[in-house]
Every structure is written in structure tokens, then in C-alpha cells.
Design a protein around this ligand. Structure first.
Ligand SMILES: *Cc1c(COP(=O)(O)O)cnc(C)c1O
Length: 485
């Protein structure tokens, strides 16, 4: 019965709430006739236990972080402490109107100010905005800040350089900000090729955007030389800091001479994400870029907090009001609970966990870049391909063992890529179970490739034709009756 739609369980007259009878006289004709509903509303009619069981069972059909391991690379799908959910639901935060006078919302302003200060400390930067609502939104904001900076010097410039390992949002943000994308190849070690970079640098380059550690999970060890070369032509260095999980308390983008960095609160600072839930992509900058930050920003004035005075050079607002405040409350809670020591431990363990999986799996999967990875490790399924098994088959088969698949086919520079990010929140037992499943799948690839081609076999929905689903999108609800015709 739990495979039915809630409309199919519905029975006329069933009700899920019990309200007392009305104890005031009924008034007729309060609402004009033409505004009244003519027919039945058509909502499902179910009892309270039926509706609860329906949704609990639905939630279990899906894979989620509260149910099992979710090693999706470049996403930091870590466990999110439930205390964050309690604090962000405190009525003083959740019920606060965004147009409330600052003097009546001192707690919220203080929280935003202190969160900003903490993130500046973690990133080693001088100024920050909490407004952007996602990582990609932070990228666009950062690019607009850099554009405003160059314009203030009389020339917005034309191009932004990215390595070929860049996250897909980087080129999209560059185009949206009105710049041209210049892509340079990575060196054989998976790092930025300094010669290729120097050849691409000229007075038309506004900035270079890089992820560090990069999307291969590798730390850009020549970052200071990269920064020097970029700054030499008057360009700025942008860090896609979506994955700060590897660095907290150990290394700071500001000390690596980055000028701008965005941070994904919904990855590193533990807000549930995926499925397009609320995010937050604060952008931190060096001193010379502070005048261009979006506004308003909370500041401390003696013992109280207020919105800072407008700057004539600000790029203005990049969203409604102040950003996704609930995500900020979660991040603040997480930072306060962890403390500086705790954040450092997070990064150390995230790196140790990724390296543990690397060691356990490197005899079974190709490892195209052999350097020690940071918080994630990228394997290739090239070897399995010899048995006619693709990375997508390996990923689908993992679902049968109760694990979410890693990120696959990204970064683009790795054939049949499998990008695994275990995060710090997983135990050795979980990592061992995952490695066992991966090794078992390798054996299955040899002995029974057909099994993998048909996977998953145990999930509520089997292998879908993904290309067909994208091309013939049909969102109409079909009843058992209509689907027969
Ligand atoms: C997740 C991620 C982004 C994009 O963040 P969104 O919040 O999904 O927009 C950008 N760059 C990298 C490296 C990422 O991992």
C-alpha cells in the first residue's frame, strides 16, 4: 500500500485533524458568490496516521544523508547536526520580519556580524557580504565586484581565465558577468600549468578563477607563483571556495594571496542541501575591494549593531533583503559549537577519510593523478571499461548496496571519473563498508557485467532511460485507468 499516491489512498470523508465545533454564530454571505469555489477542491482525504506513514515511507524511498553514506564529490554531503535546525527555528529568528527596524533586531544583526567575522578569520580576508544565496551566486557577485574594481581604474577588461578542471558554474558565472572565458590546460600533475597560465595572461585579463584544492582534490602547491603572475598584469585572483572543508584552520585563501573567495555555507558549514534547498554563498574580499561589496552589511558600533553606511562604489544588492538568514543561523551555530579547534579537526579528518578510501581502492580502480589528495579523491573507471562496464553502471550498482553514488563524469579531464568525497562525519566502519561494496562491484564487473548493466535492482525505481526522460518530459499525473489507454 505504500507504493500508492496519496490521492489513491484517499477516501471521501476521512479527515486528518480534529477541530472543535464552531462556538460562534455562523455568518453567511461574507464572501461574494463569484469568489466562492464552485466544485470540490479535490484534496486527498486521509487520516493523520495515513498521511504521516505516507510521507515517512516516501522519504525512505529516496537516499538522503540521514539514511546513509553520500560520498558525492565536490558537494560535501556531510551530516548536519540537528542542533542547527533547532536554533534556526527559534521563533525570534524564524518569525523575524526582514523590514524590522535594526534596533529591534539586534540579535540577528549581531549574528550576521559575528558570522562574517568568523568567516573572515577562517578565510584570511578583510571584508565580507553574506547576501549571495548559493555558490554560483557568490561567483557572480565576486565577478561583479572585480568588474567594478577594474571599472574604477578605467577599464573593465575582457577575459577571465579558468583551468580545464574548473567547476561548471565558473564559466557560466564568467559569461553572466559579461566576460569571455579563457580555459587553460592542467599540467600532467593535475595542477595549474604555470607556462600555459603565463602565456594566457595579458592586460585584457580581469581575473583568474580557481578552486583550491582543485576538483581533482589536489592542493595547488604553486599557488603563490600563480598569484604573483596574475597580479603582475593587474588582474585579480578569485578562489572558488565552495569546498573549504579541506582547509579550515590549516590554510587560508587570504594568505595564498587570493583577492576574492566565496564560501558555501551549505557545504562546509553544515546546512542540508541537494534538491535545490536554501543555500548561502558569502563572498569575502581583500581590503582594496571592500568599497565594492554589496549592501547592506551589519556592523558593530560600540555595543550595538547597525547597517553600515552605504558606499558610493557598492555594486548594490544582489538579492532581496539580507540573504538566506536561516542558513546563516545554522552556520553560526555550527561554528560556535565546533570552535576554532573543532573546525581544524573537521578539515584534518575530511582529508584523512579521503586518503583512507584512496588507499583502500587504489588497487581496484585507476588513479590517474597519484599525488596525495585533500578532502576528495578522483578515480577513473577506465579499467572496468575493459569488461564492458561503465562508470555509470558502477554508480547505479552502489545503490543496491545502500550507498549514494560518488560524483561521476566530473571533472571532465578524467575519463569515466568517480569523484569520492567521504567528509569528516563518516566513521571508519562506514568507509570500510563502502570500500567493500566498491571492491565487490569490481569483481562483479569481471564475473557478471550484465548484473551491473541492469542495476539498480533493489531500489523502488530501477534503471531509467535518462536521455528519454530529459527529451520527453511528461509531468502529467496518470491514473491507473488513463495509463491503460
Ligand atoms: C558546489 C560548487 C559550486 C556551486 O555551488 P552552488 O551552491 O551549487 O551554486 C561551485 N564550485 C564548486 C567547486 C562547487 O563544489
Amino acid at each position: 500500500m505504500y507504493n500508492k499516491l496519496i490521492f489513491e489512498i484517499s477516501q471521501p470523508g476521512k479527515i486528518g485533524v480534529s477541530l472543535p465545533d464552531v462556538d460562534v454564530p455562523r455568518k453567511e454571505n461574507v464572501i461574494p458568490k463569484d469568489l466562492l469555489r464552485q466544485g470540490r477542491i479535490g484534496l486527498p482525504e486521509v487520516s493523520e496516521p495515513e498521511v504521516v506513514r505516507h510521507f515517512v515511507n516516501l522519504s525512505n524511498k529516496n537516499h538522503h544523508i540521514d539514511k546513509g553514506f553520500y560520498p558525492l564529490g565536490s558537494c560535501t554531503m556531510k551530516y548536519n547536526p540537528k542542533i542547527n535546525e533547532q536554533t534556526c527555528r527559534l521563533s525570534g529568528f524564524a518569525g523575524l520580519h526582514p523590514m524590522q527596524d535594526a534596533k529591534d533586531a539586534q540579535g540577528a544583526l549581531r549574528l550576521m556580524y559575528e558570522l562574517g567575522e568568523a568567516l573572515k578569520e577562517v578565510s584570511g580576508m578583510d571584508g565580507i557580504t553574506l547576501q549571495p544565496a548559493a555558490g554560483a551566486h557568490g561567483e557572480l557577485t565576486g565577478l561583479l565586484i572585480m568588474r567594478a574594481y577594474h571599472e574604477s581604474k578605467g577599464n573593465a577588461r575582457k577575459k577571465v581565465i579558468i583551468p580545464d578542471s574548473a567547476h561548471g558554474t565558473n564559466p557560466a558565472s564568467i559569461i553572466t558577468a559579461g566576460y569571455e572565458v579563457v580555459q587553460i590546460p592542467s599540467g600532467p600533475d593535475g595542477l595549474i600549468d604555470l607556462d600555459a597560465l603565463k602565456a594566457a595572461l595579458d592586460q585584457d585579463v580581469a581575473a583568474m578563477m580557481i578552486t583550491n584544492p582543485n576538483t581533482l582534490g589536489l592542493f595547488e602547491s604553486r599557488i603563490l607563483e600563480v598569484a604573483e603572475a596574475v597580479h603582475k598584469v593587474g588582474a585579480l585572483l578569485y578562489m572558488d571556495g565552495a569546498n573549504l572543508n579541506a582547509l579550515m584552520g590549516i590554510a587560508r585563501p587570504g594568505d595564498m594571496n587570493f583577492d576574492v573567495v566565496h564560501i558555501n555555507l551549505h557545504k562546509t558549514f553544515s546546512t542540508p542541501h541537494g534538491g535545490g534547498g536554501p543555500g548561502s554563498g558569502p563572498v569575502a574580499v581583500k581590503k582594496r575591494l571592500i568599497p565594492f561589496l554589496p549592501e547592506p552589511n551589519s556592523m558593530k558600533d560600540g555595543t550595538t549593531y547597525r547597517w553600515a553606511d552605504p558606499s558610493p562604489q557598492s555594486i548594490g544588492r544582489v538579492g532581496a533583503f539580507y540573504g538566506n538568514f536561516g542558513v546563516m543561523v545554522r552556520a553560526y551555530t555550527y561554528i560556535i559549537m565546533m570552535g576554532a579547534e573543532g573546525l581544524r579537526k573537521v578539515s584534518e579528518r575530511a582529508v584523512i577519510n579521503a586518503n583512507y578510501l584512496r588507499r583502500k581502492l587504489e588497487a581496484h580502480f585507476d588513479l590517474p593523478y597519484k599525488r596525495t589528495p585533500m578532502h576528495e579523491v578522483v578515480f577513473s573507471g577506465d579499467h572496468q571499461k575493459e569488461y564492458g562496464v561503465k562508470t555509470t553502471d558502477v554508480a547505479k550498482r552502489l545503490l543496491d548496496y545502500g550507498f549514494h553514488a560518488p560524483t561521476i563524469y566530473f571533472p571532465l579531464i578524467v575519463h569515466e571519473a568517480l569523484m569520492i568525497e567521504p567528509t569528516e562525519s563518516e566513521s571508519k566502519e562506514t568507509l570500510d563498508a563502502f570500500a567493500d561494496a566498491m571492491i565487490k562491484i569490481c569483481e562483479e564487473a569481471k564475473s557478471n557485467p550484465e548484473l551491473l548493466h541492469g542495476a539498480p535492482h533493489t531500489t523502488p525505481v530501477g534503471r531509467l532511460n535518462e536521455a528519454l526522460a530529459a527529451r520527453l518530459l511528461d509531468l502529467h499525473y496518470k491514473t491507473a485507468e488513463s495509463s491503460k489507454t
